[in-house]
Design a protein around this ligand. Sequence first.
Ligand code: CA
Length: 226
Amino acid sequence: MKRIYVVEDEENIRELIKVALQGFGYLVEAFETAEEGLCAMRKIKPSLMVFDWMLPGMSGVDAIREIRKSTAFKRMPILLLTAKDKEIDKVIGLDNGADDYMTKPFGVLELCARIRSLLRRMEEEHIVEEKTFGTIRLCPSTREIFKKEEKMELTFKEYELLLYLIEHETKVVTREELLTQIWGYGYTGESRTLDIHIRTLRQKIGEENQMFIKTVRGVGYRFVNE
Ligand code: CA
């Protein structure tokens, strides 16, 4: 289920947006201030955020600027709400990293449609969301991987192996499947290659993250993130 955070200080608008989005099946959390929204975002990353521009404390535009500084949140879709309706305000909002913009008063159904379109555009562009487990953060769009926010070096195959396991989370992936998918259909080498790669991968992700990659004896491996 897609998670959306809404930051809006006007209670009636906040509730209206929340209820409408819940009606479309999104998991919605709403906040009064940008500070609370940013705090929640850092704990669990949402698929999309909605910010009102004028907020007590940090403004919506300042919050968006802050969010865009971090690579982890660069591509998260953000929609900006505002009572300002001058062309220049729209430009300021978009220049500071908002993906879309709506002027108050707005129709809540149009807002939901814009949100669906932002989420769809993100999927169509194949902007794969980053994956996190334990102290590891993997960014498929840049092929980067971080342990405790420190960049790690994985070989091409180690990276492919880890990503494949994550993408098939909770499923048992057989040795044959991995050899075929990662080493190619014509792979005729010995299957110890796989064991060696799994071993070095486990060493690199560290002891604190070992429990995520489980060995299913005699069959293959399973990635479990719970
Ligand atoms: Ca406001």
